[in-house]
Design a protein around this ligand. Structure first.
Ligand SMILES: Nc1ncnc2c1ncn2[C@@H]1O[C@H](COP(=O)(O)OP(=O)(O)OP(=O)(O)O)[C@@H](O)[C@H]1O
Length: 513
């Protein structure tokens, strides 16, 4: 397939507001795509390259050769060019990379150049695109969307699923091909996610009429642990493999009485009294491979779900059965279980939430007791309740610090997602530790797009978790709302800008609260 066709569909999709119309455009393109091109085309439609690193900076794409008049570039050719660039290393690689960019862009039309520039810069990644793409694959292949979503959850990725569904000669064959995706011990699956509710009673209503499991919500990092005999792997929420950094988790999992195991949970550093330390300390501990640092602060795993035990897949089993399996596995390690109650009574649930908060946790997650494990979409089966307001926003720009902060990049501009762009909700220089200031100064230089001597405009990629006391109407900011007393809790590298909160979410939080 020609790159021009993908670029045209991508820009038509971002110019369209209706989800249905967007999906129709994607379906139309996918139906025309040769099966061997599907993995690349679906990547590009999702705004991503197949290569994790190309070594191309934003600056290297600013001076480009004249555009070609006619589109001739095929997606395979483009993918091969990026593959070659990503393989370049060592002396002379900068020059070779620059030459390769000029060759690729010289063969592209103006529209294609624009598309490639935005693709490399990560600007085409949008929040809902992956879910939309999965639905489009389902429609193009003539199968129910649930079948595609489930396969993508099990594969931990969209592309192989799109390829399998679209290469099949008809809906029945596509369904059969999708059915081949199974939980494989050792391969990460997409984690189940939660919706939010303002209080426990609302959360109970959302999960349905039956009893619910009310779990302590721990403020650490999500972990998915796989064990196949002595081989243990630990993955993050974004399915990165962090096994080498967390020997203490590996050790504990090896001591559990099951040879084959997949567990879902949260890891955090706790102090001597057993209380959770601030999140930032857990995050930096999980990011280090330094054995000395690691020895000083041990990460402890807490498990809240069990997806597989010794040949038995539990994804479709009700949560209560999965928890019974979990309890059996943790029989000699009760400290690695999450504090929970099972109830349909709002008062009992609220009492548990108060206890959990008093113990220093962030909130609770209320889960329908009869629900299977589902990912890919925020279902109503898991609902989180956090008394503290937080939002995951994207840093749009940063101002130079002064006084004690001179030489550092300090005051950050915060944006919520709005369609394909971002809308600014305020600024903050509060909550940052010295280490965070040093880190962000370096990080924001990498994302720099422009610098007027005071404010540095950034590529909107870095997600930051912000706490705030409420919202106020604002004539100053374009969204009409501003955050009150915003402060930084942490930078989040397990979320892309596409997963940040939207302006609709912000508006749904009651104005003036
Ligand atoms: N008992 C629990 N059950 C489920 N998730 C839990 C539990 N305790 C902590 N968590 C964590 O809570 C996360 C969900 O709530 P959180 O508010 O942190 O969402 P998020 O990471 O901002 O977004 P998302 O909902 O997309 O994960 C889970 O991904 C998991 O890491």
């Amino acid at each position: 397939m020609l790159l021009a066709e993908v670029a045209a569909t991508s820009s038509a999709v971002s110019a369209t507001r209706s989800r249905l119309a967007k999906r129709a455009l994607l379906v139309e393109l996918l139906r025309r795509t040769e099966p061997q091109d599907v993995p690349i085309v679906s990547r590009y439609l999702g705004g991503q390259l197949r290569q994790r690193r190309t070594g191309l900076g934003w600056r290297s794409l600013q001076t480009l050769p004249p555009a070609a008049a006619e589109p001739t570039l095929g997606v395979q050719e483009v993918d091969a060019a990026f593959e070659a660039m990503s393989g370049l290393a060592g002396a002379g690689s900068g020059t070779a990379r620059a030459a390769a960019v000029q060759r690729l862009f010289g063969a592209a039309t103006a529209d294609e150049q624009d598309f490639l520039r935005r693709l490399v810069g990560g600007e085409l990644r949008q929040g809902s695109l992956d879910a939309l793409l999965l639905d489009a694959v389902a429609e193009a292949a003539g199968v129910p969307p649930e079948a595609v979503r489930r396969a993508a959850m099990l594969a931990g990725a969209t592309e192989p699923v799109a390829e399998a569904a679209l290469a099949a000669p008809g809906p029945a064959a596509a369904l059969a091909a999708l059915g081949e995706f199974a939980l494989t011990v050792g391969r990460a699956v997409r984690p189940m996610l939660a919706q939010s509710a303002p209080d426990v009673a609302t959360a109970l209503t959302t999960t349905g009429t039956g009893p619910a499991v009310v779990d302590a919500k721990l403020d650490g990092i999500r972990i998915q642990v796989h064990r196949a005999d002595e081989e243990v792997r630990v993955f993050t929420r974004s399915l990165d493999d962090i096994t080498a950094r967390v020997p203490e988790i590996v050790e504990l999992v090896r001591a559990l009485p099951a040879r084959q195991l997949v567990l879902d949970g949260e890891a955090l550093v706790v102090d001597d009294a057993g209380r959770a330390v601030p999140f930032q300390d857990t995050a930096s501990r999980a990011a280090t491979a330094d054995v000395q640092v690691a020895a000083q602060s041990r990460l402890r795993p807490f498990f809240f779900d069990c997806l597989h035990v010794d040949g038995r897949d539990l994804l479709d089993a009700p949560l209560t059965d999965r928890l019974a399996a979990l309890d059996r596995v943790l029989v000699d390690h009760p400290a690695a279980a999450i504090d929970r109650v099972v109830t349909a009574d709002p008062e009992v649930a609220a009492q548990h939430a108060r206890r959990v908060l008093a113990a220093g946790h962030e909130g609770v997650v209320v889960k329908a007791a009869a629900s299977p494990y589902e990912a890919g979409r925020r279902g109503a089966a898991w609902v989180k309740v956090k008394p503290r307001h937080t939002l995951d926003l994207v840093v749009l720009a940063v101002e130079r610090g002064s006084g004690r902060r001179s030489g550092l990049l300090s005051n950050i501009h915060l944006g919520a997602r709005d369609g394909d762009g971002f809308v600014m909700l305020g600024k903050t220089f509060k909550g940052m530790t010295d280490a965070m200031l040093a880190w962000q100064t370096e990080r924001f230089r990498e994302l720099e797009v422009a610098d007027d001597g005071w404010t540095v405009t950034l590529r909107p990629e870095q997600v930051v978790e912000i706490a705030f006391d409420g919202l106020q109407r604002s004539t100053r900011y374009p969204g009409g709302v501003a955050l009150r007393f915003a402060r930084v809790l942490r930078y989040r590298d397990d979320k892309t800008a596409a997963e940040a909160d939207t302006i609709d979410t912000v508006r749904a939080l009651s104005l003036g609260s």
